[in-house]
Design a protein around this ligand. Sequence first.
Ligand SMILES: CC(=O)SCCNC(=O)CCNC(=O)[C@H](O)C(C)(C)COP(=O)(O)OP(=O)(O)OC[C@H]1O[C@@H](n2cnc3c(N)ncnc32)[C@H](O)[C@@H]1OP(=O)(O)O
Ligand SMILES: CC(=O)C(=O)O
Length: 541
Amino acid sequence: MSDLHVYDTTLRDGAQQEGLNLSVADKLTIASHLDELGVGFIEGGWPGANPKDTEFFARAATELELKNATLAAFGATRRAGGSAATDPLVRALLDSRAPVVTLVAKSHVGHVERALRTTKAENLEMIRDTVTFLRGEGRRVFVDAEHFFDGYAVDRAYALEALRAVFESGGEVAALCDTNGGMLPGQVWDVVTDVAQSLGLTGLDAGASGDARLGIHCHNDTGCAVANSMAAVDAGATHVQGTINGYGERTGNANLVTVVANLQLKVGQQVLEPHRLQESTRISHAISEITNVPAYSRQPYTGASAFAHKAGLHASAIKVDPDLYQHLDPKHVGNDMRMLISDMAGRASIELKARELGLDLDPLRDEDSALVQRVLATVKDLELRGYTFDAADASFELLLRREIDGALPPFFEVESWRVITDSQSDGGALSEATVKLTAGGKRVLRTGEGNGPVNALDHALRLALATAYPEIEHLELIDYRVRILDAAHGTDAVTRVLIETSDGETTWETIGVAANILEASWMALVESVTYGLLRAGVPAR
Ligand SMILES: CC(=O)SCCNC(=O)CCNC(=O)[C@H](O)C(C)(C)COP(=O)(O)OP(=O)(O)OC[C@H]1O[C@@H](n2cnc3c(N)ncnc32)[C@H](O)[C@@H]1OP(=O)(O)O
Ligand SMILES: CC(=O)C(=O)O
């Protein structure tokens, strides 16, 4: 295992993201996930700055059983002109009982003079006093040198002096912060190389011999936070900070999952045990659920689209060897390869998608080859008419199964449907839908009401199927999206409806396209229920 520190600040710097608000319980759950991922340090927040973070540390001390990670409490150096021993915020850091304290300290003269409104000498004293005090109280002390790169550009000697003050007082890590996120990888590499040489800290040996490490903490304002972190490690940093999914203020922090995967799978530094890295997709998504920030599908390594292939030519090469169009095997990070079906698909895309769905087609069999060709032609024709199968995987599976003998049970047969909407005396409107179909060997006619026509159709369809297929009770329509495809036609335009359905375990998307919005909605609804029955393994009745 590499000795490099993997330091997570999701619960502190990540929580500074606009719109992200974590309860204490959320923070405790996220900390457990981070521990499971195998990060070395979890920065839990700033005790004393707000009651929530103070409570987090109090509860963490009794409720959180960390198996891998060490908890760090974040705070600032003592106030100018005061003393660390009597500073209430420094006291709160001690009270947190976290074994590591990470202090934010100024290293930029402009910030010392204009933000702290103190002297350069007093700022160095604030660092020395606070680090010495906390070390004396038995804490490991890390220091985030705020605005280090900008400060280095203005006054290199002073920026280095601030770092010396950290190490001379017993600080273990000085993390160079690109606080404003404006750096580029070459600049970071040059500065870290110079700092490491100037302070005699080169590579992991420095950590081993002198218990002194350079760290890196990057923000993503140039879109380079991960690249900057990699450059810093390459130049000698042995402690890397970041957040899960790149959460953070403004454009976010370095995405720690990406940094770790890069270090492990590209640079060959084993910073996590391989079986833990394989949990990174699951954990990244689990944390998205808690933060309520939708997972970014194009996130490197762990995004749902990170190994999704749409182009037919790519699929044809992948059929021979997935490595031909993938930078690595997605299993290293617990992700999966997926084929997307669209008008950019070729025969290979259909074959691979069928295999992904457990429907093996043999291209050497004339029958299968003709089927693949037929499905491909249908997909291209439907996409021309407004379908988009890469957003409606379930509808593609149904299309494919309809072509394969016996692959789609004939669950029900729709005879007709109708909706009417009445204005109400209170000013609202109520819809009523009637559906006629045959299911379970019986002709059924049911009426459903709803606050809109699609809602009414959904109710009527479920009522009509309920006797033959009580299993549909668990299906829930969770999203309904409409897009007008040819805006120039106004109300004559073609409408595309995408419906997302859940059975409580998984979700799937189905599509309907028609000139009439209700017809498009009905198509997507019927597909949604049909797919739900298929997934449940229900036989046709
Ligand atoms: C780059 C970063 O992300 S660092 C982390 C930033 N995170 C946060 O700010 C979130 C938590 N912050 C808070 O809850 C509050 O700002 C608190 C509790 C820390 C302080 O609140 P207040 O006492 O009301 O002060 P306020 O926020 O207005 O100003 C901060 C004070 O700290 C001082 N300060 C700023 N950085 C440092 C530092 N590294 N060391 C010591 N003092 C500092 C400022 O000069 C200012 O002092 P002043 O009150 O004499 O003007
Ligand atoms: C400390 C910190 O979060 C920063 O300087 O960006």
